[in-house]
Design a binder for this molecule. Structure first.
Ligand code: PLP
Length: 410
């Protein structure tokens, strides 16, 4: 198998993903739906098994060995996340069920603080998770939702973004990487612009977290959210990172066990971070397995990972540009992980179906970004998305199969 550089051992990497070694419809599986969810290395599967076979117990409250061990692994997982994203303090890492819940925790708290005359700024390229949630928070609070436009090539119109910022802007929420276009936004610069106006900034890291170094301290944002399942971890676990000084008195999200300080029949007071935002029994196995995913990922040379993924993207773009009848949707110079396209005369759903018949898994449709599709005047796109375990041969296989699809549908 070819490697795109000298550092990653692709056979070894792929050998750690049991799911990749199967035939679909008589063809070797080519999994190119990584923006939807990534596959899991054996280390992650093993971490879940180990938890349930060695130390399953509830955390923080047991007076016995199993609970102590579960708590140790669970809290160590928090350290792993904090180090991975360069948080200042482990207290800033809040476990959630995923990106969506992280955004909801912040939007719910914000809705209690926003009022008529305030503004929330998002972009035209939002996933529904970061659009509908802020739209509803604005509707509840009387604040106004502003939408920063994109250029036709799928990049953010940063001048228009800056022009929409003012002292009225209380919250800016935008994706680090667009799931539908692959555009990488200059989040550090956009955060700095937003901070000049005193706005809080949330970065939706769902599509950036599995592609290299994310440094929340360097970005300077207030909140960064992501899902474990897009980072080689399990579903049902995610992270809300927030600056301690912002999160420490953030309106509580859910109430119940674990998040309180003192309770009487009449009233309650809330605990400290991170517990105050983590009511109830958490997804213990999920947190531990997410840490195993991060350990696995960071055992790779992340510069080599980025170089490999850039090589995959370069090959995909080159073949897409040469493919007659294919239009790439999203032509930002800085793209990560995602190739969205349409094929003249072929409905995206048919493309997905006929690629699947050849063992190739992609995503088709609106990618949870209906307003963006409307803005682009498209019913949807076909989207191939790449991860570290994909190979240049798989990119070639996509275009060979796509040619057959085109011939079949022509
Ligand atoms: N934001 C972006 C950019 C996404 O791509 C996704 C999922 O595809 C989400 C948010 C929502 O993630 P989840 O469904 O894991 O909460």
């Amino acid at each position: 198998m070819n490697t795109s550089n000298n550092v990653l051992n692709m056979d070894e990497i792929r050998g750690q993903f049991p799911i990749l070694h199967q035939q679909i419809e008589g063809h070797p599986l080519v999994y190119l739906d990584n923006a939807a969810t990534t596959q899991k290395p054996q280390a992650v599967i093993q971490a879940i098994t180990d938890f349930y076979t060695q130390c399953n117990a509830n955390v923080h409250r047991g007076a016995h060995h199993l609970s102590d061990e579960a708590t140790r692994r669970y809290e160590k997982a928090r350290d792993t996340v904090a180090n991975f994203i360069h948080a200042h303090d482990r207290k800033e890492v809040i476990w959630t069920s995923g990106t969506t819940e992280g955004i909801n925790i912040i939007a719910n708290g914000m809705a209690q603080r926003l009022q008529s005359g305030d503004e929330v700024l998002v972009t035209e390229m939002e996933h529904h998770a970061n659009l509908v949630t802020w739209q509803q928070a604005c509707l509840r609070s009387g604040a106004t939702l502003k939408i920063a436009p994109i250029h036709d090539n799928g990049t953010l119109d940063t001048e228009a973004f800056a022009a929409l910022l003012s002292q009225k802007t209380k919250m800016v929420a935008l994706p680090h990487v667009s799931n539908a276009l692959g555009t990488v936004n200059p989040v550090k610069e956009l955060t700095a612009l937003s901070k000049e106006q005193g706005a809080l900034v949330l970065i939706d890291g769902a599509q950036s977290i599995a592609h290299g170094n994310v440094n929340v301290s360097d970005i300077g944002c207030d909140f960064y959210v992501f899902s474990g399942h897009k980072l080689f971890g399990p579903t049902g676990i995610g992270v809300l990172w927030g600056k301690e000084k912002v999160l420490q008195d953030w309106p509580v999200w859910q109430t119940g066990g674990e998040m309180i300080a003192e309770v009487t029949y009449e009233s309650s007071t809330w605990g400290e971070l991170p517990n105050r935002l983590e009511a109830g029994t958490p997804n213990i196995a999920g947190a531990i397995a997410l840490a195993a995913a991060i350990d696995w990922f960071t055992s790779l040379d992340l510069n080599a990972v980025q170089a490999h993924e850039q090589a995959l993207m370069a090959s995909a773009l080159k073949q897409a540009q040469a493919f007659e009848g294919l239009t790439i949707i999203g032509n930002a110079a800085n793209k990560m992980g995602v190739l969205s396209f349409i094929l003249q005369g072929c409905h995206p759903a048919d493309i997905g179906f006929l690629l699947d018949r050849q063992g190739i898994a992609i995503r088709t449709g609106d990618h949870c970004a209906q307003p963006l599709m409307r803005r682009l005047n498209l019913p949807g796109t076909a989207r191939a998305s790449f991860s570290v375990y994909n190979t240049l041969e798989e990119v070639d296989a996509l275009f060979i199969a796509l040619k057959k699809v085109q011939n079949m549908l022509a």
